[in-house]
Design a binder for this molecule. Structure first.
Ligand code: NAD
Ligand code: TYD
Length: 339
């Protein structure tokens, strides 16, 4: 199979490429990535010399970049992905997440190839009780979520109008190696290592539904090979935690691995002004992918968190380069000090 992976230099995309090259050594993968602040070729250093892997620097909004590519399927990870940035300025979210996806849909239409659109549970908005299923209404609350919902709508329209073989997945919050340090898990680990305040928004009681990135990648593999065109699949591991619970677990694991007193790190927790429009709870029902595609998450949360902490402790060179670069400026605007 010839796969075009877009946004493959980011967190989930790079883990997906690694998973696919290991599971299907005969597949050919083109990774097209614009290398925004979140794109990092060091995420793929171990495989960039593989003969069946090619990197192309480019924008999914560029309508001619795909002309000469032979593609059986597109897996679209390319996106602006951070809610807080979408609150500061939504423009790049609209350009990439909406117009960029439209351009990819036109490409999939012209090439008559499969289009797997990697979306998010955030398109459903917040739910106090119960779970979102694939038929739940889309009620996005952040500019990020709205741009992803808009892209999902475009995908649906291309299935209905142009018979594009498109599938949408909506996954819950991912954690694991190579996640950019603006996101909660790496932010907590790195601030703990640097003995910086750990900002918890509001009262810390917002609930997120966590999944290890490898389980997400295995689910995307299942959807790509066994999913039905036009379908939507929720992906989640039934692992709800309040933010404060997740932060405390991360600090427990970090202190154990550093061999220090846990209280030295929990004392860094600082409750800060809440994020505007902050969704209270995300919770999805993954029964459809579990039943129809026989996928199940494998990673236990406690073990996955330990391994993730260990990964950041062992890969200081990787994150040092990020925190000393462009990210340092963003961190200063958010938290008023340097990391
Ligand atoms: P990320 O921010 O780590 O990576 C995004 C990648 O896309 C980067 O490599 C970036 O350079 C690239 N990119 C951005 N704009 C581009 C453009 N115009 N053209 C080409 N490349 C471009 O994001 P992530 O966390 O890996 O998320 C990947 C996808 O998964 C996103 O679509 C996101 O909405 C979705 N998702 C993420 C999560 C999560 O918890 N991280 C959960 C569910 C769904
Ligand atoms: P995040 O990793 O930004 O993912 P998302 O907003 O897409 O769910 O945040 C996860 C949760 O953690 C979310 O409820 C916001 C909260 N949060 C904090 O409390 N402090 C922080 O510094 C960050 C980045 C997030």
């Amino acid at each position: 199979m010839k796969l075009l992976v877009t946004g493959g230099a980011g967190f989930i995309g790079s883990n997906f490429i690694r998973h696919m090259l290991s599971a299907y050594p005969d597949y050919r993968i083109i990774n097209l990535d614009k290398l925004t602040y979140a794109g990092n070729l060091e995420n793929l250093q171990d495989i960039d010399k593989f003969p069946n892997y090619t990197f192309v620097k480019g924008d999914i909004g560029d309508s001619h970049i795909f002309d000469k590519m032979e593609i059986d399927a597109i897996v679209n990870f390319a996106a602006e992905s951070h809610v807080d940035r979408s609150i500061l300025d939504a423009t790049p979210f609209l350009k990439t997440n909406v117009i960029g996806t439209y351009n990819l849909l036109e490409t999939a239409r012209q090439k008559a190839c499969i289009f797997l659109h990697v979306s998010t549970d955030e398109v459903y908005g917040s739910i106090d009780r119960g779970f979102f299923n694939e038929d739940s209404r889309l009620l996005p609350n952040s500019p990020y979520a709205a741009s992803k919902a808009a892209s999902d709508m475009l995908v649906r329209s291309y299935v209905e109008t142009h018979d594009v073989m498109a599938i949408i997945t909506r996954c819950s919050n991912n954690y694991g190696p190579y996640q950019f340090p603006e996101k909660l898990f790496p932010l907590v680990i790195l601030n703990a290592l640097n003995r910086k305040p750990i900002p918890v928004y509001g009262d810390g009681m917002n609930v997120r539904d966590w999944i290890h990135v490898n389980d997400h990648c295995r689910a995307l593999d299942a959807v790509l090979h066994k999913g039905r065109a036009g379908d939507v699949y929720n992906i989640g591991a039934r692992c709800e935690r309040t933010n404060i619970e997740a932060v405390r677990l991360l600090l427990k694991k970090t202190s154990e691995q550093l061999g220090i007193d846990e209280q030295e790190l929990t004392g860094l927790i600082t409750f800060v002004k809440d994020r505007p429009g902050h969704d209270k709870r995300y919770a999805i029902d993954p029964s459809m992918i579990e039943g129809n595609l026989k996928w199940q998450p494998e990673k236990d949360f406690d073990k996955g968190v330990s391994e993730t902490v260990q990964w950041y402790l062992s890969n200081e060179k990787w994150w040092q380069r990020i925190v000393s670069g462009e990210y340092a400026e963003y961190y200063r605007t958010q938290y008023g000090e340097s990391i």
